[in-house]
Design a protein around this ligand. Sequence first.
Ligand code: SF4
Length: 366
Amino acid sequence: MSHRTVESPDLPQGQKSLLPLTRIRASLLKFYDQHKRDLPWRTSTGRPPTYHVLVSELMLQQTQVVTVIAYFNRFIAAFATLTDLARADEQQVLRLWQGLGYYSRARNLHRCAKAIVLDHAGVIPSDVATLLTLPGIGPYTAGAIASIAFDKPAAIVDGNVMRVISRLDALTADPRQKPASLRIWARAGELVPQDRAGDFNSALMELGATICTPKSPKCLVCPVQQECKALAKGIVDRIPPPKVPKDKRVEKRDVLCISQTAHGVTRWLVEQRPSKGRWAGMWQFVTRDAADRPHIDSLHITHLGQITHELTHRSYEFDVWRVMCEGAETSLPTSAISCTRWASASDLDALPMPRPHVRIRELIGI
Ligand code: SF4
């Protein structure tokens, strides 16, 4: 592919003779200097603290910036340093992550902090190869830490970068598929400059988040419009191709909100999920597959309603039942539960719970 420039009368005089690669870099860095968003993990001057880059990049995987900000601030307030995080209890880490979803990221970040303390004397590595050996660090996060925290010319490709590069190069293939993805990674590696690599990568992502958006991109104000082949060909709205919708599996669950009151304090029976799988290690009201509805005739039970929860490939339907049970703990349907406890409302505040169960708390008013 040739990237020799086609002279454009709209370009500033000084940029007309530059190769497209150089112009793209210069335009994006200028755009970033002028328009970068003020975010808590960025500093106005110099490089941000490496630990802040690590935390923010793990949080930003599959989550939008606007959602992450409050979580990041709370997390850093609780664990000011990597060592604080490494020493933390996993339940506290999960509690601070509660609501952000994709909880394996929280457990991986915690394991990553421990591994850095144990194997790297508490110093976050700066090279991509070593970063890739750490729990939860894939090519994107390794490139982000190496470039943003250490200014090394490492490529990064997230959803925003995929879209921007696909449009710049008029790539009509699906970037979620391996051949196109490899091509985009190679192009990202070609684009990243030796100097200000972190700012350049941040600029690419910033462009995708604010200008080259999935729908209605603002091409008129785009700093790289002169280099954009999709714009020149009039095919911006076809890139990237839309996702093929998949049929979602529907999972039906019964949730039994079982309480007992003694000495004026109401406590709720909750169970801890297994240490592997979705919402691992988090706490929930007693939850069973709706096909295995337990026999609870002897208890007073009321249907409170249904809560649905959408994930990428799956939908959950939770039928919520209120079960009054005074002093009959041994007769409760808990035989299949490995770890249960009775928890007051204030106890529940300290336990990490999956989002649907937080909503169930709201439904039953505790
Ligand atoms: Fe994206 Fe439009 Fe800029 Fe091309 S010109 S990179 S499509 S915003």
